[in-house]
Design a protein around this ligand. Structure first.
Ligand code: NBX
Length: 824
């Protein structure tokens, strides 16, 4: 019963009109014709037809915001993990069914055409995907917002397996262009680097002049971001680096043809490739240059737009512009804005600092000490000499005024709070710089935000009460339900309003069907159908046969020791061993599915991938266990694969060591699609358990306090190894050649790491994890109870709508309201 006020988008044209538009573009834009066109050409023609609406929306939105002189937010992120855009754009414009029918009329299948699109993989994992969900929600909430990032030529590497080991291949998302982007050469910027700083005296007053050693051109590419309903279309502006001048003509004319190219090659390197590290900073000069390049270009762009409307009077700058730092990666934007305001605009330090602090807010995504970004002072001095001076000044004023006032004469606190870490190699702490230069700092789930206050910045929290807040992450229900799970979406629409993708709390209406036998049957039939689709994908990608009647147990996320994929592996080995000891061991058939990329330089992560693949090979080909157990490691996990896998999952593995996973967002996607969370009390798992009810999730393992207590007591993994026969047996199994026939010891490093160090306390949680799996097994065998729990999960997840997260940012951090674009 769709409501009259439904926010669901209305189609703005007929099937025939859409069909004609596609054919027109096929002929006139692509230069081909129906009989000859490849699927790729059809894909581009459909994109062009969609873009007729999209680009019009960009112009309407921009005009409205300019006319209203609206306050805008700028989301600065080195990563936007967008995935594919076509299906999402069609859904947000209300054109999906129209396009589907139009393609059918042309004898084509829209689903096949969608498969032709490359993923825009301009991010590593959660942080990058969060940015993508957030810009979807900002557009949906009509917020004047621009996403700023880098137009990487190569996104995150493509993963292949060779003899079980990860091999990285270049990502070529733009090999033949991308349908969704528009180059805006008229808005290009110049970015300075290197060189030296001169102090100039004008009538006795000192002024700093930066003489850069080189300059880069920053060329913007705009990707339209269509809000749900299609009214507001914001942009994601991605900067590409080019040489300032293509040729050095002098060098060229004197015969140095190749040398003339060298500079442009170097310049273009800046936006060449996304760094594939998550959680461990790369620490490379090129990475710092990337960070500064896009921060400086973005600030210059914001300043240009402001001046076009207000001239040189900057009084309203901070009232009209908010900037959100997605982790510390764009933190150099803080001294950059200071440089622009003081050196270029001639403002006093105090005025500039007040404006800067009023402008920036910072989101922290990690507490792992090894992940907190620091740059060698010497490197900043070389690449950004003026910024180093500004950082010194920010630090001196902060320590001598604010810290000294609060803790007079306390050098210990000063050492701890200083932006500069002392030592043989002085380092600039980007987290400190971000927290000091921002008006608000937020964590990404309740527990994480508490730990940011308690463990990361306790003194700053005392100094500035109220500055540290929580905004729990979210996911866009448009992509992560409406588009990726059409069967479940249709069922939902049959029972409640069709505007749930905008107002997710309407899903609450499903709760009354949780015990309804008919509804349960339909819900479970949908899960089964999604699993059948996945069975085919698994066969295609890995040649492994699995049954949709088995439990699909899914762990999909970056590979990291703290996420503990190896805990999952140890349990799989334990099940395998039980089945070998007793072929009648009673368990419902299970398929364990993994998807994960490891940072190319992260040895242990790669060893764990190899170990899972080797165990999988053995288990999957062992006739003795009669297909009760299968292990599948899907290669090249990415957004578009997640969209297929998540609707097919029964169990969601969220098994990080308590206190280590800031939030997680895959946990939200899986639970919304009806997977039962098997998790620790960590990150947003805690809030999922709260929302869905503790009885509808399976929680295990140590909590944060237990972890701290064990650490304080002194953790010795050997005690656990020796104390549990099954655990000892599976760990010992890794030593010989059982899983690597003829090549003993290839997996021994994984065992050694766990038995000798176990930095993320896998062994103490093993027993409780095995028990949790038993609970999953018995719950699944009671199909009614399982269906009930799954339905309640779907019905209870409104809190994790990224629209709610963005509304929180807008209310409590950015202090701004939506401004709907004028209708046509
Ligand atoms: O950010 C992730 C956290 O681990 C998740 O718990 C959280 O849900 C998510 C969104 O808030 N962090 C993350 O994905 N980090 C990175 O990808 C990363 C990339 C580059 C880098 C450091 C971290 N240098």
């Amino acid at each position: 019963m769709p409501s009259k006020t439904s926010a669901a988008p209305k189609p703005q044209l007929t099937v025939k009109q859409f069909q004609d538009s596609v054919v027109k573009h096929l002929r006139s834009t692509l230069g081909t014709y129906e009989e000859k066109a490849s699927k790729q050409a059809w894909n581009q023609a459909v994109s062009a037809a969609i873009n007729e609406f999209v680009f019009d929306g960009v112009s309407r939105t921009r005009k409205t915001h300019a006319a209203k002189d609206a306050r805008a937010v700028h989301y600065l992120s080195l990563e936007f993990l967008m995935g594919r855009l076509m299906s999402n754009n069609l859904h947000n414009l209300g054109l999906y069914d129209i396009a589907d029918q139009a393609m059918a009329k042309l004898g084509l299948n829209l689903a096949d055409i969608l498969e032709e699109e490359s993923d825009m993989a301009l991010g590593n994992g959660g942080l990058g995907r969060l940015a993508a969900c957030f810009i979807d929600s900002m557009a949906t909430l009509n917020l004047p917002a621009v996403g700023y990032g880098i137009h990487y030529e190569h996104g995150l590497f493509r993963q292949e397996f060779f003899k079980g080991r990860q091999v990285e291949r270049p990502d070529e998302w733009r090999e033949f262009g991308s349908a969704w982007e528009i180059c805006r050469p008229e808005s290009q910027q110049t970015v300075k680097l290197y060189g030296y700083v001169e102090t100039v005296y004008d009538n006795g007053a000192a002024r700093k002049v930066w003489h850069p050693g080189r300059t880069l051109r920053a060329i913007p590419w705009d990707i339209p971001i269509v809000g749900y309903g299609g009214r507001n279309v914001n942009v994601l502006r991605l900067w590409e680096s080019r040489a300032d001048k293509f040729f050095d003509w002098d060098v060229f004319n004197s015969g140095g043809y190749v040398d003339a190219y060298a500079e442009s090659v170097q310049a273009e390197t800046v936006s060449k490739v996304l760094y594939p590290n998550d959680e461990t900073p790369a620490g490379k000069e090129l990475r710092l240059v990337q960070q500064y390049f896009f921060s400086a270009a973005s600030i210059a762009d914001v300043m240009r737009r402001y001046k076009a409307a207000h001239g040189d009077d900057l009084t309203k700058f901070a009232d009209l512009n908010a900037m959100q730092l997605n982790d510390t990666h764009p933190a150099i934007a803080i001294p950059e804005l200071m440089r622009v305001l003081v050196d270029e605009e001639g403002l006093s330090w105090d005025k500039a600092w007040a404006m800067t602090r009023q402008t920036f807010a910072y989101t922290n995504h990690t507490l792992l000490p090894e992940a907190l970004e620091k740059w060698p002072l010497k490197l900043i001095e070389k690449v950004l000499p003026r910024h180093l001076e500004i950082i010194f000044e920010i630090n001196a004023r902060f320590l001598n005024d604010e810290v000294e006032n609060k803790w007079p004469g306390n050098d210990g606190v000063k050492r701890k709070l200083s932006i500069i870490e002392e030592g043989s190699d002085q380092m600039i702490r980007m987290g400190h710089l971000s927290a000091i230069g921002s008006h608000t700092v937020n964590g990404v789930a309740q527990i994480h935000s508490e730990l940011v206050k308690k463990d990361l910045f306790p003194e700053l929290n005392e100094l500035w009460p109220g500055k540290f807040v929580n905004v729990t992450n979210g996911i866009t229900p448009r992509r992560w339900m409406k588009a990726c799970n059409p069967r479940l979406s249709t069922l939902i629409e049959k029972h409640i309003d069709d505007d749930w993708p905008r107002y997710l709390d309407k899903l609450e209406g499903l709760k009354k069907f949780a015990d309804d036998a008919e509804f349960q049957k339909e819900y479970m039939a949908i899960k089964h159908a999604n699993k059948e689709d996945m069975v085919k994908v698994i066969k295609e990608l890995t040649d492994i046969d699995v049954s949709a009647d088995a439990i699909f147990d899914v762990q999909i996320k970056r590979l990291h020791e703290y996420k503990r994929q190896h805990l999952n592996l140890l349990h799989i080995m334990a099940l395998y061993r039980r089945l070998l000891i007793d072929p009648n061991y009673d368990m419902h058939p299970r398929v364990f599915i993994f998807g994960a990329k490891a940072a190319p330089g992260y040895k242990m992560a790669k060893d764990i991938i190899f170990a899972i693949n080797k165990v999988a090979e053995k288990v999957n080909n062992d006739p003795r266990i009669k297909d009760k157990l299968k292990v599948v490691f899907l290669p090249n996990y990415r957004v578009s694969l997640a969209e297929k896998l998540i609707p097919a999952a029964d169990v969601s593995e969220q098994i990080s060591l308590a206190g280590k996973e800031a939030s997680g967002t895959g946990n939200m996607k899986l639970a919304l699609n009806g997977a039962i969370t098997l998790g620790t009390m960590d990150g947003a798992n805690i809030e999922i358990a709260e929302e869905a009810g503790r009885e509808n999730v399976v929680i295990f393992g140590m909590e944060v306090d237990d972890v701290v207590a064990l650490q304080e007591k002194g953790y010795n993994p050997g005690d656990y190894y020796r104390g549990n026969d099954e655990l000892k047996a599976v760990l010992d199994w890794l030593e010989g050649d059982f899983f690597t026939p003829g090549e003993p010891g290839l997996l021994a490093e994984v065992k050694r790491n766990l038995v000798e160090q176990d930095p993320f306390m896998v062994l103490p949680d093993f027993e409780s994890y095995c028990e949790a799996h038993q609970k999953i097994d018995s719950l699944y065998r009671d199909q009614k109870a399982w269906a009930r729990a799954a339905i309640i999960n779907t019905a209870s997840l409104a809190k994790f709508n990224s629209d709610r997260s963005i509304a929180d940012y807008a209310d409590y951090i950015w202090h701004m309201k939506g401004v709907p674009a004028a209708a046509k």
